[in-house]
Design a protein around this ligand. Structure first.
Ligand code: NAD
Length: 399
């Protein structure tokens, strides 16, 4: 037992602590939204990157919205003598507790999804305890990848070609600054593709297909982002954008392969939301602060759970046919990319300075959502009280 008062220790775009009760409350709220917005049943789901952000939302929608037996893969740190666990760990502890209460089968494999070892563990779990899967969600956002031969690929967030010079928000000082992002080398472009492109998704799908662990009609989806002109030099035209192009090209190929089992593969372009991964992308926090302001004014604001509820209800849930754009992609960013929304954001982007940050943008909400990722600033949680930090994920029952 290790009860303690847990305070936030946020450094820029990382938090050194996570609050178990706050994370649990966030998960309960997301489950309620998932249940309200979903109807029908799904058999088995596999979610890779299941502990935070879009992957957690997917795990909660399949398990609680559609009652699917759901296996998740993530890379989180459990609690230790001196440290709280990471937020994703506490998120899943609560998800497991509530799944047991609801009689839904869920399991988590915590380890490196790029590794053969974790892939084999998933194959064993599916063969022994789940059966072939109907839905595969690939939602990894990783900084690096280690290959079986020991090669390490580090993903970078840089431009391709020209350097970027423009507005950024300094998350430590809360100031709008003029930042410069240097262009990546060819090696860095390739390393980012190896980490965030389609290769690992393809490995997963082909392995499970070979093993006969994709059910007839299986639907595979991976997540991508496009975003506005103002972040394009860093995002869509930068190293990460190159990797996403590779992911999107992989979807076309996997779609052809899955046609053999009457299934399909798609990339879903999701809207920009606050997650651990997006906070690290230069320019994105400032853009999101403006976007939230505008989308709230239009009453069309959405977070990850609302987006994934919509993905299943409108596109890949039971009995649904995905609506695709000309490039075979599902567009959940339709509201974000509306002309009026983008024009208003672009006009505010030109005007915003440190002095007008609070007035012109929803930076306060951005920071609030960021704290909430780690279980802080959550309504109803008494942060002055000690809480049990040594919470464990249940181990699968193996025979
Ligand atoms: P996130 O940081 O919240 O989640 C990343 C997940 O990947 C976590 O579950 C983490 O444990 C897992 N993970 C990381 N490395 C791993 C590894 N080696 N092995 C196993 N699991 C690992 O990220 P997110 O923002 O939800 O991003 C998920 C996907 O959604 C990404 O493809 C991202 O590009 C895409 N997306 C994000 C946004 C956004 O605004 N956040 C918008 C559109 C699309």
């Amino acid at each position: 037992m290790s009860e303690q008062v847990v305070a936030p220790r946020i450094r820029g775009f990382i938090s050194l602590t996570a609050h178990p009760e706050g994370c649990a409350a966030n998960v309960r709220e997301q489950i309620e939204i998932a249940r309200r917005g979903s109807s029908g049943e799904l058999g088995n789901a596999l979610v890779i990157g299941s502990s935070t952000g879009y992957g957690l939302a997917s795990f909660l929608v399949t398990a609680f919205g559609y009652g699917a037996s759901t296996l998740g893969v993530c890379f989180e740190k459990e609690p230790s003598e001196s440290k709280t666990a990471t937020a994703g760990w506490y998120n899943l502890v609560e998800a497991h507790r509530l799944a047991e209460e609801a009689g839904v089968q869920v399991e988590t494999i915590n380890g490196d999804a790029f590794s053969d070892e974790v892939k084999r563990e998933v194959v064993r779990a599916l063969r022994d305890r789940f059966g072939p899967i109907d839905t595969l969600v690939y939602s990894l956002a990783a900084p690096r990848r280690r290959d079986a031969d020991g090669t390490i690929w580090n993903s970078v967030l840089k431009t391709v070609g020209e350097p970027y010079e423009g507005k950024l928000v300094d998350l430590r000082k809360h100031e709008v600054i003029n930042g410069v992002i240097e262009p990546a080398s060819e090696e860095e472009i390739e390393a980012t593709r190896k980490v965030m492109g389609g290769e690992d998704w393809r490995d997963w799908v082909e392995l499970l297909l070979e093993e006969g662990l994709l059910a007839d009609g299986c639907r595979a989806v991976a997540y991508s982002y496009i975003g506005p002109e103002v972040t394009a030099p860093i995002y869509r035209h930068g190293t990460i954008g190159r990797a996403k192009e590779d992911l999107e090209a992989t979807a076309l190929d996997l779609d052809r392969q899955l046609a053999a089992i009457s299934g399909g593969a798609w990339v879903s372009i999701n809207k920009g939301v606050v997650t651990q991964a997006s906070s690290a992308i230069p320019g994105v926090p400032l853009y999101l602060s403006l976007l939230f302001k505008v989308m709230k004014q239009h009453e069309i604001h959405e977070g990850p759970i609302e987006q994934i509820v919509r993905l299943f209800a409108d596109h890949i849930g039971p009995g649904r046919t995905p609506t695709l754009d000309d490039e075979h992609r599902i567009r959940l960013d339709d509201l974000e990319m509306r002309d009026d929304v983008q024009q208003e954001v672009a006009a505010l982007w030109d005007q915003v300075t440190t002095e007008s940050l609070d007035e012109l943008t929803d930076y306060a909400a951005y920071r609030h959502y960021f704290e909430q990722l780690f279980g802080f600033a959550v309504k109803g949680v008494d942060y002055s009280q000690p809480t049990e930090v040594d919470r464990q994920l249940p181990q699968p029952v193996t025979s």
